[in-house]
Write a new protein. Structure first.
Length: 521
């Protein structure tokens, strides 16, 4: 198959809001691929490359000065072979080799193919065909049960391999996938509930875990061999000394654990998330307590030859508690009413954690899915900020001003940028804000529209972290729009001093500048 066929489908999928239409177009494209192309094509449609990390950054791509080809001649196999060469380049001449391979690839690509390849190589394709939609398309293309596709993805996490199995062997090949030690599984995810009451809806009894703001890890052990993987399935054993040590002393022959690692202060309270991630991204600094991470496990997926994925949460908890000591287990309580669950939430917040996870005791482990069996509750902070600029959207947001530049008020009356967000917006909001921002436009810089600082927007966020990217020195984590505050003027927006106080303090300042503890709010 020519690459241009995938590019056309990618463009069509990006241009439709209908999930049914997305699945239909993807399925039709997959069904036309030859046997040897399916693994590559399915990965590309999901915005992934088969090789994983390529060692190519935006600067190398920006420096390419290759004109596009007039006619499409690139085939999927050609692209995959070139990416193999790029991924395998090593040694002192590796960057030059990657650049040469990219030049050879891009010179044979049309303008549309070049745009697609840039996004694909950088992992920035936003065509609306996430892995879940491609999984539906795989089921539709070869008429296999969607649950079988999802389970295969849970156990293998390679969408290309799963598509290839569906094409070649149907249901039988898909059901042959099983949990394999040292092949990481896609992690189970949680839905968000606004309150404890909402989270407990439909559950007579539930496990309530502390929600730690750390780095998700999956640990596999057989005998003396231990491997540690991140939530995106990368092997990080070399920089996970504490995790390996905790797993190595367990009295088991084989085990697969799900958990978090987190940096703790001397008093046992968590360090800021940014500090945990900074430490997790480097090799262990031997002997320095401040640099150490502590692993906490909350699920057991395999134990001594028995797979526990289909076992209820209660059975997996029992297996975990039978082999992992309390100091390496996430704090947990089994509750039967809202008051008990609220008490766990209050305790978690008091100890500096971000909230709780409410889990159904009778549910299996649904890897890779954001199912209702796990529900997270974490009180979000909010700030009233001023829109300083906005960027034109792409894909299904083409024609709308989408990515907002957010500013906090400075003591002198000006504004300082804290970051950007495109999350939390409905189509109606996008339409309204595009018209409203264009009315206050002051100038443009490429795809950025600068506006008068007068529109106040309420932003929810999960924390504040140090940032050298923005002039205020701080940025918001997971910022999303709650709504516009047309009842407020820019002079009533929150200040940069308030944001810095929130960053500096383990407790949350309110808008009066006073610091209040979680149980006082």
């Amino acid at each position: 198959m020519l690459l241009i066929e995938v590019v056309k489908v990618w463009g069509a999928v990006a241009g439709t809001r209908s999930r049914k239409d997305k699945v239909g177009r993807l399925a039709a494209c997959l069904a036309q691929m030859e046997a040897g192309e399916v693994a590559v094509g399915a990965a590309y449609l999901a915005g992934q490359v088969r090789q994983g990390r390529l060692g190519v950054g935006w600067r190398m791509l920006a420096d390419l000065a290759v004109g596009p080809s007039e006619e499409p001649t690139l085939r999927l196999g050609d692209v995959d072979a070139t990416l193999d060469d790029i991924a395998s380049a090593a040694g002192s001449g590796s960057q030059a080799a990657r650049r040469q391979a990219l030049d050879g690839l891009f010179v044979t690509a049309t303008a549309d193919e070049q745009r697609f390849l840039r996004g694909l190589v950088l992992g920035e394709l936003r065509q609306g065909a996430l892995a879940g939609i491609v999984a539906q398309a795989i089921a539709a293309a070869w008429r296999v049960p969607e649950p079988d596709v999802r389970r295969a993805l849970m156990l293998h996490a390679d969408i290309g391999a799963v598509a290839e199995a569906a094409q070649s062997g149907g249901e039988e090949s898909l059901r042959a996938f099983c949990l394999t030690l040292f092949r990481p599984l896609a992690p189970m995810l949680a839905q968000t509930s606004a309150t404890i009451t909402d989270a407990l809806t439909g559950l007579h009894t539930a496990a309530v875990d502390y929600k730690l703001d750390g780095a998700r890890v999956q640990v596999h052990r057989r005998g003396e061999q231990v491997r540690v993987y991140t939530r995106n399935l990368r092997d990080v054993t070399a920089r996970s000394t504490e995790v390996v040590a905790a797993a190595a002393v367990l009295d088991v022959e084989s085990i697969v654990l799900d958990g978090e690692v987190i940096a703790l202060r001397a008093d046992g309270r968590p360090q800021p998330f940014q500090d945990t991630m900074s430490r997790f991204g480097t090799q262990t600094s031997a002997g320095r307590a401040a640099d150490r991470l502590t692993p906490f496990f909350f699920d057991c997926l395999h134990l001594d030859g028995s797979d526990l994925l289909d076992a209820p949460t209660s059975e997996r908890i029992a297996a975990l508690e039978g082999v992992v000591p309390a100091e390496h287990r996430v704090p947990r309580a089994v509750v039967t009413d809202v008051d008990d669950a609220e008490a766990v939430l209050a305790d978690a917040l008091r100890r500096g954690h971000e909230g709780v996870m409410v889990k159904a005791l009778d549910a299996p482990y649904e890897a890779g899915r954001r199912g209702a069996a796990w529900r997270k509750v974490k009180p979000a902070h909010t700030l009233d900020l001023v829109v300083l600029a906005a960027e034109w959207g792409s894909g299904r947001r083409h024609g709308w001003l989408s990515n907002l530049h957010l500013g906090a008020r400075k003591p002198d009356g000006g504004f300082v940028m804290l970051g950007k967000t495109f999350k939390g917006m409905t189509d109606a909001m996008l339409t309204w804000q595009t018209q409203r921002l264009l009315e206050s436009e002051t100038g443009r810089d490429g795809h950025i529209v600068h506006v008068r600082p007068e529109l106040v927007v309420e932003i929810a966020f999960d924390g504040v972290q140090t940032s050298s990217r923005y002039p205020g020195g701080v940025a918001l984590r997971f910022a999303r729009v709650k709504g516009y505050r047309e009842d407020k003027v820019a002079d009533e927006a929150d200040t940069i001093d308030l944001v810095r106080a929130l960053h500096a303090s383990p407790r949350a300042p309110d808008r009066t500048g006073l610091v209040v503890s979680p149980d006082e709010r």
